[in-house]
Write a protein that binds this ligand. Sequence first.
Ligand code: FAD
Length: 347
Amino acid sequence: VLGGLRKRLLSPYPFIRRLISTLVLAEHEGGLVKPSSMSSVAAARAISEENPISILLGGTGPTLQEAASHAASFHPSISQVLIADSEKLKHPLAEPWADLIHLVQGKGGYSHIIAASTSFGKNVMPRAAALLDVSPITDVTTISGPQLFVRPIYAGNALCTIRYAGSDPCMLTIRPTAFPLSSMTSGRVSDTAAISQVDLSTFSEESNGKSRWLNHTSQETECPDLGNARIIITGGRGLKNAENFKLIEKLAHKLGAAVGATRAAVDAGYCPNELQVGQTGKIVAPELYIAFGVSGAIQHLAGMKDSKTIVAVNKDEDAAIFQVADYGLVGDLFQVIPELLEKLPEK
Ligand code: FAD
Protein backbone atom coordinates (compact mmCIF):
# COMPACT_ATOMS: atom_id res chain seq x y z
CA VAL A 1 0.00 0.00 0.00
CA LEU A 2 2.80 2.40 0.97
CA GLY A 3 4.65 1.65 -2.27
CA GLY A 4 1.57 2.46 -4.34
CA LEU A 5 0.95 5.64 -2.36
CA ARG A 6 4.55 6.76 -2.80
CA LYS A 7 4.25 6.37 -6.55
CA ARG A 8 1.20 8.64 -6.51
CA LEU A 9 2.98 11.34 -4.49
CA LEU A 10 4.71 12.84 -7.48
CA SER A 11 6.46 16.16 -7.77
CA PRO A 12 9.53 17.49 -9.58
CA TYR A 13 10.38 19.22 -6.30
CA PRO A 14 11.08 16.71 -3.54
CA PHE A 15 9.83 19.11 -0.85
CA ILE A 16 6.39 19.38 -2.49
CA ARG A 17 4.37 16.17 -2.32
CA ARG A 18 1.20 16.02 -4.35
CA LEU A 19 -1.41 13.33 -4.57
CA ILE A 20 -2.32 12.55 -8.16
CA SER A 21 -5.96 12.14 -9.10
CA THR A 22 -7.63 13.15 -12.34
CA LEU A 23 -11.07 14.33 -13.36
CA VAL A 24 -11.89 13.71 -17.03
CA LEU A 25 -14.59 15.91 -18.51
CA ALA A 26 -16.35 13.59 -20.95
CA GLU A 27 -18.71 14.11 -23.87
CA HIS A 28 -21.29 11.53 -24.84
CA GLU A 29 -23.64 10.83 -27.72
CA GLY A 30 -26.28 8.17 -28.23
CA GLY A 31 -25.49 6.57 -24.86
CA LEU A 32 -21.77 6.19 -25.55
CA VAL A 33 -18.81 8.20 -24.35
CA LYS A 34 -17.15 9.78 -27.39
CA PRO A 35 -13.78 8.30 -28.45
CA SER A 36 -12.13 11.73 -28.02
CA SER A 37 -13.07 11.65 -24.33
CA MET A 38 -11.72 8.11 -24.01
CA SER A 39 -8.44 9.55 -25.33
CA SER A 40 -8.51 11.87 -22.32
CA VAL A 41 -8.46 8.72 -20.17
CA ALA A 42 -5.38 7.54 -22.12
CA ALA A 43 -3.82 10.97 -21.40
CA ALA A 44 -4.66 10.68 -17.69
CA ARG A 45 -2.87 7.31 -17.68
CA ALA A 46 0.20 9.04 -19.14
CA ILE A 47 0.31 11.35 -16.09
CA SER A 48 0.76 8.35 -13.84
CA GLU A 49 -0.28 4.72 -14.06
CA GLU A 50 -1.29 4.99 -10.39
CA ASN A 51 -3.76 7.71 -11.18
CA PRO A 52 -7.34 7.18 -9.98
CA ILE A 53 -9.52 8.61 -12.74
CA SER A 54 -13.00 10.05 -12.27
CA ILE A 55 -15.18 10.65 -15.32
CA LEU A 56 -17.63 13.54 -15.24
CA LEU A 57 -20.72 13.25 -17.45
CA GLY A 58 -23.55 15.74 -17.65
CA GLY A 59 -26.91 16.13 -19.31
CA THR A 60 -30.18 14.41 -18.71
CA GLY A 61 -32.30 11.47 -19.87
CA PRO A 62 -31.65 7.74 -20.42
CA THR A 63 -28.63 8.25 -22.70
CA LEU A 64 -26.79 9.85 -19.78
CA GLN A 65 -27.23 6.66 -17.72
CA GLU A 66 -26.17 4.51 -20.69
CA ALA A 67 -23.05 6.63 -21.22
CA ALA A 68 -22.25 6.30 -17.49
CA SER A 69 -22.42 2.48 -17.75
CA HIS A 70 -20.21 2.62 -20.84
CA ALA A 71 -17.62 4.78 -19.02
CA ALA A 72 -17.73 2.62 -15.88
CA SER A 73 -16.64 -0.49 -17.77
CA PHE A 74 -14.14 1.13 -20.12
CA HIS A 75 -10.86 0.68 -18.23
CA PRO A 76 -9.76 -0.51 -14.78
CA SER A 77 -8.06 2.83 -14.08
CA ILE A 78 -11.47 4.51 -13.93
CA SER A 79 -12.36 4.56 -10.25
CA GLN A 80 -15.65 6.41 -10.43
CA VAL A 81 -18.15 7.95 -12.81
CA LEU A 82 -19.88 11.13 -11.69
CA ILE A 83 -23.20 12.04 -13.29
CA ALA A 84 -24.57 15.56 -13.18
CA ASP A 85 -28.22 15.22 -14.15
CA SER A 86 -29.55 18.66 -15.06
CA GLU A 87 -31.49 20.32 -17.86
CA LYS A 88 -28.89 23.10 -17.74
CA LEU A 89 -26.22 20.66 -18.93
CA LYS A 90 -28.21 19.37 -21.88
CA HIS A 91 -26.37 21.72 -24.23
CA PRO A 92 -22.65 22.43 -24.47
CA LEU A 93 -22.81 25.99 -23.11
CA ALA A 94 -19.61 27.06 -21.37
CA GLU A 95 -21.19 28.84 -18.40
CA PRO A 96 -23.13 26.01 -16.67
CA TRP A 97 -20.44 23.43 -17.50
CA ALA A 98 -17.70 25.63 -16.06
CA ASP A 99 -19.83 26.11 -12.92
CA LEU A 100 -20.18 22.34 -12.70
CA ILE A 101 -16.41 21.74 -12.94
CA HIS A 102 -15.88 24.38 -10.25
CA LEU A 103 -18.40 22.61 -8.01
CA VAL A 104 -16.98 19.10 -8.59
CA GLN A 105 -13.39 20.28 -8.07
CA GLY A 106 -14.45 21.87 -4.76
CA LYS A 107 -15.61 18.45 -3.55
CA GLY A 108 -13.01 16.20 -5.19
CA GLY A 109 -9.80 18.28 -4.96
CA TYR A 110 -8.32 16.72 -8.11
CA SER A 111 -4.69 17.36 -9.06
CA HIS A 112 -5.54 17.33 -12.79
CA ILE A 113 -8.59 18.02 -14.94
CA ILE A 114 -8.49 16.88 -18.57
CA ALA A 115 -10.76 17.41 -21.54
CA ALA A 116 -10.27 16.68 -25.23
CA SER A 117 -9.42 19.63 -27.51
CA THR A 118 -12.84 19.52 -29.15
CA SER A 119 -14.96 22.62 -29.64
CA PHE A 120 -16.69 21.68 -26.36
CA GLY A 121 -13.44 21.24 -24.38
CA LYS A 122 -11.91 24.38 -25.87
CA ASN A 123 -15.03 26.34 -24.95
CA VAL A 124 -15.50 25.11 -21.38
CA MET A 125 -12.00 24.58 -19.97
CA PRO A 126 -10.66 28.17 -20.10
CA ARG A 127 -13.79 29.46 -18.34
CA ALA A 128 -13.57 26.72 -15.70
CA ALA A 129 -9.86 27.50 -15.26
CA ALA A 130 -10.68 31.16 -14.69
CA LEU A 131 -13.24 30.21 -12.02
CA LEU A 132 -10.60 28.01 -10.33
CA ASP A 133 -7.95 30.73 -10.71
CA VAL A 134 -5.45 28.57 -12.61
CA SER A 135 -3.97 28.79 -16.08
CA PRO A 136 -5.00 25.98 -18.48
CA ILE A 137 -2.55 24.31 -20.84
CA THR A 138 -4.16 23.64 -24.20
CA ASP A 139 -3.61 21.25 -27.10
CA VAL A 140 -1.22 18.98 -25.22
CA THR A 141 0.34 16.28 -27.41
CA THR A 142 2.84 14.69 -24.99
CA ILE A 143 2.69 14.16 -21.25
CA SER A 144 6.14 13.51 -19.85
CA GLY A 145 5.19 13.68 -16.16
CA PRO A 146 2.58 15.09 -13.81
CA GLN A 147 3.75 18.64 -14.47
CA LEU A 148 5.58 18.33 -17.79
CA PHE A 149 3.74 18.77 -21.06
CA VAL A 150 4.45 19.37 -24.74
CA ARG A 151 2.17 21.35 -27.06
CA PRO A 152 2.64 22.53 -30.66
CA ILE A 153 2.94 26.25 -31.37
CA TYR A 154 3.18 28.32 -34.60
CA ALA A 155 0.75 26.00 -36.43
CA GLY A 156 2.77 22.96 -35.41
CA ASN A 157 6.14 24.28 -36.61
CA ALA A 158 7.63 24.28 -33.12
CA LEU A 159 7.01 22.25 -29.99
CA CYS A 160 6.84 23.99 -26.62
CA THR A 161 7.66 22.12 -23.40
CA ILE A 162 5.82 23.48 -20.39
CA ARG A 163 6.46 22.76 -16.73
CA TYR A 164 3.31 23.53 -14.76
CA ALA A 165 4.22 25.35 -11.57
CA GLY A 166 0.74 26.56 -10.61
CA SER A 167 -1.58 25.31 -7.93
CA ASP A 168 -4.05 22.43 -8.26
CA PRO A 169 -5.83 21.62 -10.43
CA CYS A 170 -3.58 21.47 -13.46
CA MET A 171 -6.06 21.83 -16.32
CA LEU A 172 -5.29 20.37 -19.73
CA THR A 173 -6.94 20.03 -23.08
CA ILE A 174 -5.36 17.20 -25.06
CA ARG A 175 -5.28 16.39 -28.77
CA PRO A 176 -7.12 13.06 -29.05
CA THR A 177 -4.96 12.00 -32.01
CA ALA A 178 -1.88 12.15 -29.76
CA PHE A 179 -3.38 9.74 -27.22
CA PRO A 180 -4.85 6.87 -29.25
CA LEU A 181 -6.90 4.30 -27.41
CA SER A 182 -4.55 1.63 -28.74
CA SER A 183 -1.89 3.08 -26.39
CA MET A 184 -3.90 1.81 -23.41
CA THR A 185 -3.00 -1.59 -22.09
CA SER A 186 -5.65 -4.23 -21.31
CA GLY A 187 -9.08 -2.74 -21.78
CA ARG A 188 -11.87 -4.82 -20.27
CA VAL A 189 -12.79 -4.61 -16.65
CA SER A 190 -14.29 -7.27 -14.45
CA ASP A 191 -15.26 -4.79 -11.69
CA THR A 192 -17.00 -1.77 -13.14
CA ALA A 193 -16.39 1.65 -11.57
CA ALA A 194 -18.85 3.12 -9.10
CA ILE A 195 -21.43 5.48 -10.60
CA SER A 196 -22.65 8.31 -8.40
CA GLN A 197 -24.73 11.44 -8.78
CA VAL A 198 -23.16 14.86 -8.30
CA ASP A 199 -25.04 16.75 -5.58
CA LEU A 200 -26.38 19.71 -7.54
CA SER A 201 -28.22 21.34 -4.63
CA THR A 202 -25.70 24.20 -4.63
CA PHE A 203 -25.48 24.35 -8.44
CA SER A 204 -26.28 27.86 -9.57
CA GLU A 205 -29.77 28.00 -11.06
CA GLU A 206 -29.12 31.42 -12.53
CA SER A 207 -29.26 32.08 -16.25
CA ASN A 208 -26.47 30.95 -18.60
CA GLY A 209 -24.82 34.37 -18.56
CA LYS A 210 -24.62 35.90 -21.99
CA SER A 211 -24.96 32.61 -23.91
CA ARG A 212 -28.19 31.19 -25.19
CA TRP A 213 -28.64 27.83 -26.94
CA LEU A 214 -30.29 28.28 -30.32
CA ASN A 215 -30.06 25.00 -32.23
CA HIS A 216 -27.84 22.21 -33.44
CA THR A 217 -27.59 21.27 -37.09
CA SER A 218 -25.50 18.47 -38.50
CA GLN A 219 -25.33 16.70 -41.81
CA GLU A 220 -26.83 13.23 -42.10
CA THR A 221 -24.05 11.07 -43.53
CA GLU A 222 -23.07 7.44 -43.69
CA CYS A 223 -19.38 8.37 -43.65
CA PRO A 224 -17.38 7.85 -40.46
CA ASP A 225 -16.62 10.82 -38.23
CA LEU A 226 -13.53 12.79 -39.30
CA GLY A 227 -12.02 12.54 -35.82
CA ASN A 228 -12.08 8.71 -35.71
CA ALA A 229 -11.81 7.66 -39.35
CA ARG A 230 -9.03 5.28 -40.45
CA ILE A 231 -9.08 6.78 -43.96
CA ILE A 232 -9.78 10.41 -44.92
CA ILE A 233 -10.27 11.67 -48.48
CA THR A 234 -9.82 15.42 -48.67
CA GLY A 235 -10.74 17.81 -51.45
CA GLY A 236 -9.31 21.27 -51.99
CA ARG A 237 -9.99 24.25 -54.23
CA GLY A 238 -8.73 22.16 -57.15
CA LEU A 239 -12.21 20.54 -57.22
CA LYS A 240 -13.50 23.88 -58.57
CA ASN A 241 -17.16 23.63 -57.44
CA ALA A 242 -19.66 21.86 -55.19
CA GLU A 243 -20.86 19.55 -57.96
CA ASN A 244 -17.32 18.26 -58.59
CA PHE A 245 -16.76 17.87 -54.83
CA LYS A 246 -19.24 14.98 -55.00
CA LEU A 247 -16.39 13.00 -56.63
CA ILE A 248 -14.60 13.16 -53.26
CA GLU A 249 -17.76 11.96 -51.48
CA LYS A 250 -18.18 9.06 -53.95
CA LEU A 251 -14.59 7.94 -53.49
CA ALA A 252 -14.87 8.23 -49.70
CA HIS A 253 -18.05 6.16 -49.76
CA LYS A 254 -16.33 3.46 -51.81
CA LEU A 255 -13.40 3.29 -49.38
CA GLY A 256 -15.48 3.60 -46.20
CA ALA A 257 -13.59 6.83 -45.53
CA ALA A 258 -14.45 10.20 -44.00
CA VAL A 259 -14.54 13.33 -46.14
CA GLY A 260 -12.25 16.26 -45.35
CA ALA A 261 -11.79 19.64 -46.98
CA THR A 262 -9.47 22.61 -47.01
CA ARG A 263 -10.63 25.97 -45.78
CA ALA A 264 -10.57 27.28 -49.35
CA ALA A 265 -13.02 24.52 -50.38
CA VAL A 266 -15.25 25.23 -47.38
CA ASP A 267 -15.18 29.01 -47.91
CA ALA A 268 -16.08 28.53 -51.57
CA GLY A 269 -19.16 26.57 -50.47
CA TYR A 270 -18.16 23.18 -51.92
CA CYS A 271 -19.00 21.45 -48.59
CA PRO A 272 -20.02 22.24 -44.98
CA ASN A 273 -17.40 23.77 -42.68
CA GLU A 274 -17.53 20.86 -40.21
CA LEU A 275 -15.35 19.03 -42.77
CA GLN A 276 -12.50 21.53 -42.56
CA VAL A 277 -9.13 20.06 -41.64
CA GLY A 278 -6.37 22.29 -40.36
CA GLN A 279 -5.25 24.84 -37.85
CA THR A 280 -8.72 26.35 -37.58
CA GLY A 281 -10.52 23.12 -38.43
CA LYS A 282 -10.15 19.57 -37.17
CA ILE A 283 -6.82 17.98 -36.27
CA VAL A 284 -6.70 14.45 -37.68
CA ALA A 285 -4.18 11.60 -37.81
CA PRO A 286 -5.74 8.69 -39.75
CA GLU A 287 -3.92 5.63 -41.09
CA LEU A 288 -4.34 6.98 -44.63
CA TYR A 289 -4.92 10.59 -45.76
CA ILE A 290 -5.50 11.21 -49.49
CA ALA A 291 -5.52 14.84 -50.65
CA PHE A 292 -6.86 15.87 -54.06
CA GLY A 293 -6.30 19.40 -55.39
CA VAL A 294 -4.81 20.60 -52.11
CA SER A 295 -1.80 22.94 -52.30
CA GLY A 296 -0.47 22.13 -48.80
CA ALA A 297 -0.67 25.52 -47.07
CA ILE A 298 0.91 25.50 -43.61
CA GLN A 299 -2.49 25.97 -41.95
CA HIS A 300 -3.79 22.84 -43.67
CA LEU A 301 -0.69 20.78 -42.89
CA ALA A 302 -1.07 21.73 -39.20
CA GLY A 303 -4.21 19.60 -39.13
CA MET A 304 -3.09 16.46 -40.99
CA LYS A 305 0.67 16.07 -41.14
CA ASP A 306 0.65 13.47 -38.34
CA SER A 307 -1.36 11.08 -40.55
CA LYS A 308 0.42 7.72 -40.86
CA THR A 309 0.48 7.63 -44.69
CA ILE A 310 -0.17 10.70 -46.82
CA VAL A 311 -1.02 10.51 -50.52
CA ALA A 312 -1.33 13.66 -52.62
CA VAL A 313 -2.66 14.21 -56.13
CA ASN A 314 -1.95 17.63 -57.60
CA LYS A 315 -1.32 18.85 -61.11
CA ASP A 316 1.42 21.23 -59.88
CA GLU A 317 4.63 19.27 -59.23
CA ASP A 318 5.91 22.08 -56.97
CA ALA A 319 2.87 22.01 -54.66
CA ALA A 320 3.96 22.10 -51.00
CA ILE A 321 1.76 19.09 -50.16
CA PHE A 322 4.34 16.86 -51.88
CA GLN A 323 6.87 17.79 -49.17
CA VAL A 324 4.84 15.93 -46.54
CA ALA A 325 3.40 13.23 -48.82
CA ASP A 326 4.63 9.63 -48.64
CA TYR A 327 3.22 9.03 -52.13
CA GLY A 328 2.67 11.82 -54.64
CA LEU A 329 1.01 11.75 -58.04
CA VAL A 330 1.41 14.73 -60.39
CA GLY A 331 -1.79 14.57 -62.36
CA ASP A 332 -5.26 15.90 -63.03
CA LEU A 333 -7.69 14.84 -60.32
CA PHE A 334 -10.53 14.86 -62.86
CA GLN A 335 -8.79 11.93 -64.57
CA VAL A 336 -7.43 10.21 -61.45
CA ILE A 337 -10.63 10.07 -59.37
CA PRO A 338 -12.91 8.60 -62.09
CA GLU A 339 -10.21 6.01 -62.81
CA LEU A 340 -10.01 5.09 -59.12
CA LEU A 341 -13.80 4.89 -58.89
CA GLU A 342 -13.83 2.54 -61.85
CA LYS A 343 -11.00 0.28 -60.70
CA LEU A 344 -11.65 0.06 -56.97
CA PRO A 345 -13.87 -2.85 -55.99
CA GLU A 346 -17.24 -2.19 -54.36
CA LYS A 347 -17.12 -2.15 -50.56
P1 FAD B 1 -5.26 26.32 -53.13
O1 FAD B 1 -4.13 26.82 -52.32
O2 FAD B 1 -5.89 27.26 -54.09
O3 FAD B 1 -4.74 25.03 -53.90
C1 FAD B 1 -5.47 24.35 -54.86
C2 FAD B 1 -4.54 23.29 -55.43
O4 FAD B 1 -5.26 22.50 -56.34
C3 FAD B 1 -3.35 23.86 -56.19
O5 FAD B 1 -2.15 23.33 -55.63
C4 FAD B 1 -3.54 23.37 -57.61
O6 FAD B 1 -2.32 23.05 -58.26
C5 FAD B 1 -4.40 22.15 -57.41
N1 FAD B 1 -5.25 21.83 -58.56
C6 FAD B 1 -6.04 22.66 -59.27
N2 FAD B 1 -6.70 21.97 -60.23
C7 FAD B 1 -6.28 20.68 -60.14
C8 FAD B 1 -6.60 19.51 -60.85
N3 FAD B 1 -7.47 19.51 -61.87
N4 FAD B 1 -5.98 18.36 -60.50
C9 FAD B 1 -5.09 18.32 -59.48
N5 FAD B 1 -4.76 19.42 -58.76
C10 FAD B 1 -5.35 20.59 -59.09
N6 FAD B 1 -6.67 26.13 -44.62
C11 FAD B 1 -7.08 24.89 -44.30
O7 FAD B 1 -7.14 24.01 -45.18
N7 FAD B 1 -7.43 24.58 -43.01
C12 FAD B 1 -7.36 25.48 -42.00
O8 FAD B 1 -7.71 25.16 -40.86
C13 FAD B 1 -6.93 26.82 -42.31
N8 FAD B 1 -6.82 27.75 -41.35
C14 FAD B 1 -6.33 28.98 -41.67
C15 FAD B 1 -6.14 29.93 -40.66
C16 FAD B 1 -5.62 31.16 -40.96
C17 FAD B 1 -5.42 32.15 -39.86
C18 FAD B 1 -5.32 31.49 -42.30
C19 FAD B 1 -4.75 32.83 -42.66
C20 FAD B 1 -5.51 30.58 -43.31
C21 FAD B 1 -6.03 29.31 -43.01
N9 FAD B 1 -6.24 28.36 -44.02
C22 FAD B 1 -6.61 27.10 -43.67
C23 FAD B 1 -6.12 28.69 -45.45
C24 FAD B 1 -4.81 28.28 -46.07
O9 FAD B 1 -3.86 29.32 -45.91
C25 FAD B 1 -4.97 28.02 -47.59
O10 FAD B 1 -5.54 29.17 -48.19
C26 FAD B 1 -5.87 26.83 -47.92
O11 FAD B 1 -5.48 25.70 -47.19
C27 FAD B 1 -5.73 26.53 -49.42
O12 FAD B 1 -6.65 25.54 -49.77
P2 FAD B 1 -6.45 24.67 -51.10
O13 FAD B 1 -5.18 23.93 -51.00
O14 FAD B 1 -7.73 23.93 -51.29
O15 FAD B 1 -6.43 25.79 -52.23
